[in-house]
Design a protein around this ligand. Sequence first.
Ligand code: GDP
Length: 298
Amino acid sequence: KRLVSGLSKTRANIVSGIDSIFSGFSSIDEDFYEEIEEILIMGDLGINATTSIIENLKKQVEEKRIKDPAECKKLLIDSIKQEMTVGNTEYEFENRKSVILVIGVNGVGKTTSVGKLAGKLKDQGKKVILAAADTFRAAAGEQLIQWANRAGVELIGGQPGADPASVVFDAVAAAKARNADILLCDTAGRLHNKKNLMEELRKIYRILEKEYPEAYLETLVVLDGTTGQNALAQARQFAEVAKVTGIILTKLDGTAKGGIAVAIHSELDIPVKYIGVGESIEDLEKFNAESFVNALFD
Ligand code: GDP
């Protein structure tokens, strides 16, 4: 339900166009494919994904000797789903001692997502410790305190400007002492200063390797879904400096650009693991390609 209403703008953007094609064409020809292609591109699915989806659709139409455009809808939906099943989509951190590093530039919804994720994992019965390792932005610490309270989890903080790696060091000690299941770290994301960011992440990775080698490590990048192709560019840049294992795509409730989720899978081979569909603590959903595409078309 939440997913369907959260994606309503994207749905309106893609579905109305697609439906008019299926009903407006009487035969399957190049124009028909071109119209579909245009809608997918307008829907922010990106050139790569769109090309491969159309190719797959054409192949299916030929193999199954389909003549009626209306029969192509299901094939199109299946082709989109297929395009999204890449990368490691397992939520391995849920089943063992884990550290989740969350990175992302200011304003994308990083702190909010960390808070929501803390609440979600706690609800699953996990012992969660939050680390406020984004010490660059003073307000982030304050905000995280509120989220920690809301989620009912312990927060390890640092003074504004403190070394993020030292916060992670303290947080690891706390996680071990309390026998926590998950250490969730709100980490920086100053992409405009790539060298510093790289250095900072390297230090954090080094501490985790040395102090907490038994923990499974997940690095999630938070991207703002309303920024469409920009989000994709950011993901690419983060993947250059960190061992990114998944993506949290936020603000899908406020945008018609939700198709970017397809582009991310297709272009980067990094799975979207969670999506944000609102501002409250329960508005973070595990991503599932099947239900995502169904919510857009059914
Ligand atoms: P940060 O600077 O990346 O830590 O971003 P914040 O977590 O402070 O979020 C920035 C703004 O985006 C806040 O007003 C959040 O409430 C809002 N926000 C975050 N995630 C979502 C979402 O999934 N949907 C909507 N509508 N707003 C969101």
